[in-house]
Design a protein around this ligand. Sequence first.
Ligand code: COA
Length: 169
Amino acid sequence: MELIRPSIEYRASFLEAVREYRADGKPIRFDFDMAESDFPRFVKELNEHAEGLHMPEDYVPETIFWLVDGGEYIGQINIRHYLNGHLLTIGGHIGYDIRPSRRNRGYGTKQLQMVLPKAKELGIDRVLVTCDVSNVGSRKIIEHGGGFLENQVPNPDTGEDKLRFWINL
Ligand SMILES: CC(C)(COP(=O)(O)OP(=O)(O)OC[C@H]1O[C@@H](n2cnc3c(N)ncnc32)[C@H](O)[C@@H]1OP(=O)(O)O)[C@@H](O)C(=O)NCCC(=O)NCCS
């Protein structure tokens, strides 16, 4: 199992995962259409998020990693390089997901633990990770990663409160 930067090598299993995300129907911030029509460009653009490119104007640069295991794409985890106002209250430094067919096997826990040294390399000493109050799996992942709860805040975008955890690196 390893964390890698997005790579065209994982095209087949990534596109299988896209089919799973589509069937799952939950919003994920991927351009599925571009992934299916022009995978090399899709991968290049994901990697260029680290320079703040191809993202909405109010987004901060982020480094994206993919968790791969046995030659297959498993999940994605992003480190936002710094916090703006919205990230400080709601979004946090790190966002992640595990493809639907591979959930509940410990990958989400492992993925967060593996990314923490990468956050340290990016100069982050204290990582903010947040989740919806109802997201029991994500809360456990954060707690397994050493997160301590600072508070619970309202999220006007969804109407569901966010839990804000800090991890000291
Ligand atoms: C949340 C998510 C990343 C969990 O990934 P995962 O690989 O299934 O997590 P793990 O297998 O490491 O599970 C961690 C713990 O949560 C529990 N868990 C996982 N999913 C759960 C669920 N839906 N309900 C309750 N508990 C759950 C597991 O049993 C495990 O418990 P344990 O540590 O006591 O054994 C995955 O469900 C996902 O991608 N969801 C959609 C995107 C998302 O919510 N991202 C996080 C945003 S903050």
